[in-house]
Write a protein that binds this ligand. Structure first.
Ligand SMILES: *Cc1c(COP(=O)(O)O)cnc(C)c1O
Length: 395
């Protein structure tokens, strides 16, 4: 190992040791005047959580000390990707620290309304690649179905902010909403994998979701179904016995869960993930690389280690898309490459996700990795390993 790498490693070790033990126990909600009369049965009821989401400045001010940037952000967000925070997530916010990673993901800030060059409304050109309503068909063998435009909580870095939010007109709540999408999948025998996302599909009622899953499952060439969600993180109460038993009937279903920071992995979240894992649903994580939230190697390492402990396999780290109003969240690509460098080889392979850029203009996910091939000629590969030693492979 070179001296430089040795000091890098030493620095990383020191960082890991010096992580302040975060108070992973959420605040006790009954200590907050707003919730002092709420009983635990209501608190644990996901419909109650949705109905009582924090959507106003006044309500939020009873939970945290708002900054002027946040107050301005909340005012401006109305009617766009408006603020909505589950009381559960509210208890994870640091009341004093505006840089709290949980807070920055949920509370709008004035910077969200600054549009910088290269930022787009639909950076992944999903609307262009949509053959029928609610469907995006980009890859030959799999499709993305946008089952709803609602989420339990609206992430301020949302890539589908053009679609997602609490809109005036409720989405058509008729059971034939997805007829064209289902027909499209039926008539495309190459589609073997359907990814149900949104919005967050787990905000649908059990019956609605089952109706959709059942229709997709009954298409014989669909081998594989997955759900993209953030509910186990933002509203773990939604993962009920009833939901899990329903999903179990349609096995195999895989689930990709959006996790960004170790602080999101609470006891309550673990219970939800345990229920899913025990129902035979393989769990993966999707993480958006976010400036000053999870852009340090030691934070990402802590996150992936804790994910493995709750049986979630790190799947993707996304470079933050070029979506309008997200510049304050975006890091250089080199930051992501450096994180991958500090993971691969230094920890369990299962803990290492793939870092991708979802290509602007609809090129799909492109893996970005440190370069381990130093030279390649005449059947000879000169490679470096994770700690800088050089090896030759002869073909
Ligand atoms: C991400 C994505 C998929 C799934 O991609 P995988 O790499 O298979 O997880 C499918 N369709 C679209 C449009 C996507 O954005």
């Amino acid at each position: 190992m070179s001296n430089l790498q040795a000091t890098e490693n030493q620095k990383l070790q020191q960082e890991i040791v010096s992580i302040p033990r975060p108070a992973r126990r959420p605040r006790d909600y009954q200590q907050i005047p707003l919730y002092k009369d709420v009983n635990l049965l209501d608190w644990e009821d996901w419909h109650w959580q949705i109905k009582n989401r924090i959507c106003t400045k006044d309500a939020l001010a009873q939970i945290i000390k708002l900054t002027p940037e946040e107050e301005e952000g909340i005012d401006k967000a109305k009617g766009r990707l408006s603020m909505a925070i589950t009381p559960y997530w509210g208890m994870l916010l640091d009341p004093e620290d505006p840089n709290c990673p949980i807070r920055r993901q949920a509370v709008p800030m004035a910077q969200e309304f600054i549009v910088t060059p290269h930022e787009m409304i639909d950076p992944l050109a999903e609307d262009r690649d949509s053959p029928v309503p609610y469907l995006v068909h980009r890859y030959p063998d799999r499709v993305l179905l946008l089952a709803t435009d609602h989420c339990a909580m609206y992430c301020r870095h949302c890539t589908r902010r053009r679609l997602v939010g609490e809109h005036e007109e409720k989405e058509a709540n008729v059971s034939n909403r997805f007829d064209a999408a289902i027909e499209y999948i039926k008539s495309n025998r190459k589609v073997r994998d359907v990814l149900i996302s949104g919005g967050d599909p787990l905000t649908l009622e059990d019956e609605e979701l089952e109706d959709l899953i059942q229709k997709i499952r009954s298409i014989s060439h669909v081998e594989f179904l997955r759900i993209g969600t953030r509910i186990p993180v933002t509203l773990p109460q939604r993962i009920t016995e009833k939901l899990v038993n329903m999903l179990k009937k349609y096995s195999p279903i895989w689930m990709s869960i959006h996790f960004n920071h170790p602080k999101e992995i609470t006891k309550r979240c673990k219970i939800a993930c345990d229920m899913l894992a025990e129902a035979g649903i393989p769990l993966g994580s999707q993480t958006v690389l976010l400036k000053e939230i999870n852009d340090r190697p030691y934070i990402m390492k802590k996150l992936v280690h804790e994910l493995l402990q709750i049986r979630v396999r790190p799947y993707y780290i996304y470079q933050c898309d070029l979506v309008r109003g997200t510049q304050h969240f975006r890091t250089p690509v080199a930051t992501g490459i450096n994180i991958m460098e500090k993971l691969r080889g230094h920890t369990s392979g299962y803990a290492v996700p793939t870092y991708v850029i979802d290509a602007p203009g609809g090129g799909g996910k492109i893996p970005i990795a440190p370069n381990y091939i130093l030279s390649q000629a005449k059947g000879k590969y000169v490679l470096r390993n994770y700690n800088g030693k050089i090896y030759t492979y002869l073909e």
